[in-house]
Design a protein around this ligand. Structure first.
Ligand code: HEC
Length: 151
């Protein structure tokens, strides 16, 4: 009896650890009452799913979007929101953009040219981006726009 129980405990323990790590890596966490909640500082599960789908049908663009997700999470989310909807009075939504339009605009900021009235607030965040990072952000922001459209 006792020996039969050990593998069972071991397997359920492993399943729990893997499940929780997967959840945390995907921006989910468990509240004290056992409910699963989304961490608002992380991309939504729908966003991760959209990046995964892109990865399946276009691995090159998918890899770019995945890299863009990481940059966006650290450098853009605080102002533009994890959904890209923008925020406050001054920060525009990015949800109407395509990868191409994002790339074009980020290059304007990066080159020190004026874009909109709040250029001075935005430009420092684009100044040291490489072209590869700009392409990645463009791809990711297009994914954010598609996630919005699907809702
Ligand atoms: C400190 C807040 C802040 C951060 C951080 C920030 N932005 Fe912005 N962003 C703004 C503001 C404000 C504007 C409007 C600027 C203007 O008037 O040209 C803007 C404009 C933009 C635009 C043009 C949108 C449009 O349709 O007019 C894009 C694209 C953009 N940001 C992308 C990014 C990306 C990508 C990052 C991360 C690398 C980022 N932003 C980080 C505040 C921020």
């Amino acid at each position: 009896m006792a020996t039969g129980r050990i593998p069972y405990a071991l397997i359920s323990g492993l399943v729990l650890v893997i499940g929780v790590s997967y959840g945390v890596s995907r921006g989910l966490y468990i509240l004290s009452d056992g409910k699963i909640a989304e961490d608002p500082s992380q991309p939504t599960p729908a966003t991760y799913a959209a990046v995964d789908r892109l990865m399946e049908y276009d691995p090159v663009r998918g890899a770019r979007a995945q890299a863009g997700l990481e940059i966006y999470r650290h450098r853009c989310r605080l102002c533009h929101h994890r959904s890209g909807r923008g925020g406050g009075k001054f920060t525009p939504s990015l949800q109407h953009h395509t990868a191409e339009s994002v790339v074009a605009i980020l290059n304007i900021y990066r080159d020190g040219q004026k874009f909109g009235p709040m250029t001075d607030l935005m430009a420092p965040w684009a100044r040291d981006l490489s072209q590869q990072e700009i392409l990645s952000l463009g791809e990711y922001i297009e994914v954010l726009a598609s996630v919005k459209a699907l809702r």
